[in-house]
Design a protein around this ligand. Structure first.
Ligand SMILES: [Zn+2]
Length: 191
């Protein structure tokens, strides 16, 4: 709930700065128009404004939206849009057979994006994003943490994996036990 408030307050700040921007008149192309009425349409993160041209005095309506997009810089240097569904899918896979529910996964994915956008961050390296996800997962479920780390960190060999598990000691030993139990669950699933 707090995150929603945080996000909507950052959206409101964007609107406030947009409010002072000049908008050309669509009839005479005059640069200056005054806002006569503003309405916030919260459900679409947009604002509808009635404007009046200060030159030809005609009235028109603008519909302004705030760009809440977040760009992810990949390892190869290219950018892609932050995809909430992709993060949810990755988290779901990591949280399979854990106590973490799909709703918790969705809430976490939402929180991660809301935190970033709320701080005014518009682009983030995939590596940094992965670290943020891992920090959250560590506090939620260590098995999900290790699974996500396996995909995200691309361990070269089992030794690197073991070192990663040991690095989150003292939970490390219980993680190994839980992973073993989980192997049993998978084996049972296949029967
Ligand atoms: Zn005009």
């Amino acid at each position: 709930m707090q995150d929603i408030l945080l996000l909507s307050s950052s959206v409101q700040k964007c609107f406030d700065s947009l409010n002072s921007l000049d908008m050309r008149c669509p009839f005479c192309n005059h640069e200056d128009s005054k806002v006569t009425d503003s309405r916030f349409a919260a459900e679409v993160n947009a604002i509808r404004r009635r404007r009046e041209c200060t030159q030809c005095m005609r009235r028109f309506t603008t519909f302004e939206t705030v760009d809440l997009s977040l760009q992810v810089k990949k390892r190869d240097g290219t950018f892609e849009d932050f995809m909430q569904d992709k993060l949810i899918h990755g988290l779901d896979a990591a949280c399979r057979h854990t106590r973490v529910s799909h709703d918790q996964v969705r809430a976490l994915a939402y929180k991660i994006k809301a935190d970033l956008v709320g701080k005014g961050i518009r682009e983030i390296e995939s590596q940094r994003l992965g670290e943020i996800v891992l920090q959250h997962l560590l506090g939620i479920d260590v098995v999900a943490y290790i699974r996500f780390a396996c995909v995200y960190k691309r361990f070269k060999d089992i030794q690197e994996l073991v070192e990663a598990i040991q690095s989150i000691a003292p939970e490390g030993s219980t993680v190994l036990r839980e992973l073993e139990q989980e192997e049993d669950i998978h084996a049972a699933d296949e029967k």
